[in-house]
Write a protein that binds this ligand. Structure first.
Ligand code: NAD
Length: 368
């Protein structure tokens, strides 16, 4: 059987810098764990625009459709702000998500003990936190029709439409239940069934999928506004949260910030299973291209490294190796190794992007 395939799209700004550290880790897994991956690389975002006049060529799109996992760095930068909307770097990313039909966006909020002081919440509220938000990514109010700004009775009216079909809810609910089975076996579904019909349908369909296919998983329902409060009050009550595109956008950002720096946050976007049983998948850090620090070796590579760890777990079924990589990150943080984003002004000397990668490799070596 051929090796699992990975397409690396490092992108712009700090994207290539943080991705270099992931490449070292992929090489480590090949050399030390006998896990070989077929890795190819291509351009996305501003880098692709500079080379080809488009943020994603058809050839790159084709490659992305035919690999087991895409790893993306970040796209964008001030240089491209003047471009027409149709060729902006972000369009490359949106095209990947849309054409690969990546409907389930997984955003973990995990608090490493060594960084618990970094949260804006009290240490005992966040220490040991490990929750996963599953956000529906390809439908809902960001895509629903009708939309637009019209004129009615001599004034302008802004319109967006929340719209979900049963099958769209069913597939993201299944993703959440499948995930919960591999974690704490609990799903909390969030909507606003008290004021939105789409919320009523959401609740009914999630309950039906639970009762018919996943009765062994604990399911609860919560209004999304109450959910936001509970996330700040006592986030450890949750395991997997499943919610729609709009609420997921807000709740996942809020949950992520419980855990500290943007440089620590990975994500996965998953679609339907391919012929080999693996889901269509793209893994990327939550952060952008950070033009303010690009090229200075200051970027924290951990978000990108943890995104690769999610690929090990969700695309390649290598949960034990993902645990190994996450434990190596935890060890390095516990040893006090910090990039600049994880340090206060009085907190000592930061390591560079590549030094952080090397420390994680050393911790991986020590794990053998
Ligand atoms: P950003 O995430 O790039 O940066 C926000 C702040 O966080 C900056 O101060 C930056 O230095 C810091 N930061 C981000 N990642 C870091 C890391 N790994 N290590 C240390 N510090 C880090 O967001 P922005 O400044 O709003 O956007 C910059 C560009 O990135 C824009 O062009 C935007 O469109 C694009 N963007 C791309 C993505 C993506 O590719 N998925 C996401 C968000 C923004």
């Amino acid at each position: 059987m051929s090796n699992p395939s990975i397409l690396i799209l490092a992108g712009d700004g700090i994207g290539p810098e943080v991705m270099d550290e992931v490449k070292k880790i992929i090489t480590w897994f090949g050399a030390k764990r006998d896990l070989a991956f077929d890795v190819s690389e291509d351009l996305v975002g501003g880098a692709a625009y500079d080379a080809h006049g488009t943020p994603l060529t058809d050839a790159t799109m084709d490659k992305a459709q035919n690999v087991d996992a895409v790893l993306l760095g970040a796209v964008g930068g001030p240089k491209y702000d003047v471009l027409d909307f149709s060729v902006k770097p972000e369009r490359g990313l949106l095209r990947l998500r849309k054409e690969m039909d990546l409907f389930a966006n997984l955003r973990p909020a995990q608090c490493f003990d060594a960084l618990a002081d970094f949260s804006s919440l009290k240490k005992d509220v966040v220490a040991g936190l490990d929750i996963m938000i599953v956000r529906e990514l390809t439908s809902g109010i960001y895509f629903g029709e009708p939309r637009g700004i019209i004129v009615e009775n001599n004034e302008r009216v802004g319109i967006n439409t929340q719209r979900y079909t049963e099958s769209e809810i069913e597939r993201v609910a299944r993703s959440a239940f499948e995930l919960a089975k591999r974690r704490g076996n609990k799903v909390c579904s969030m909507e606003k069934a008290n004021v939105m019909e789409s919320g009523i349908l959401w609740r009914e369909v999630v309950q039906k999928i639970h009762d018919e296919e996943y009765p062994e998983v604990e399911l609860s329902h919560m209004y999304a506004d109450a959910g936001a409060m509970q996330l700040c009050r006592w986030p450890k009550q949750f395991d997997v949260i499943v919610t729609d595109n709009l609420f997921g956008d807000l709740l996942s950002d809020a949950a992520a910030m419980l855990t500290g720096s943007l440089g620590m946050l990975p994500s996965a976007s998953l679609g339907a299973p391919m012929a080999n049983g693996r889901p269509k998948a793209m893994y990327e850090p939550v952060h952008g291209s950070a033009p303010d620090i690009a090229g200075e070796g200051k970027a924290n590579p951990i978000a990108c490294i943890l995104s690769f760890s999610m690929a090990l777990r969700y695309s390649f079924d290598l949960g034990a190796e993902a645990d190994r990589l996450e434990a190596a990150v935890e060890k390095v943080l516990a040893d006090g190794v910090r990039t600049a984003d994880l340090l206060g002004p009085e907190d000592g000397t930061p390591v560079s992007t590549s030094e952080m990668g090397d420390k994680i490799i050393a911790a991986l070596d020590a794990s053998l």
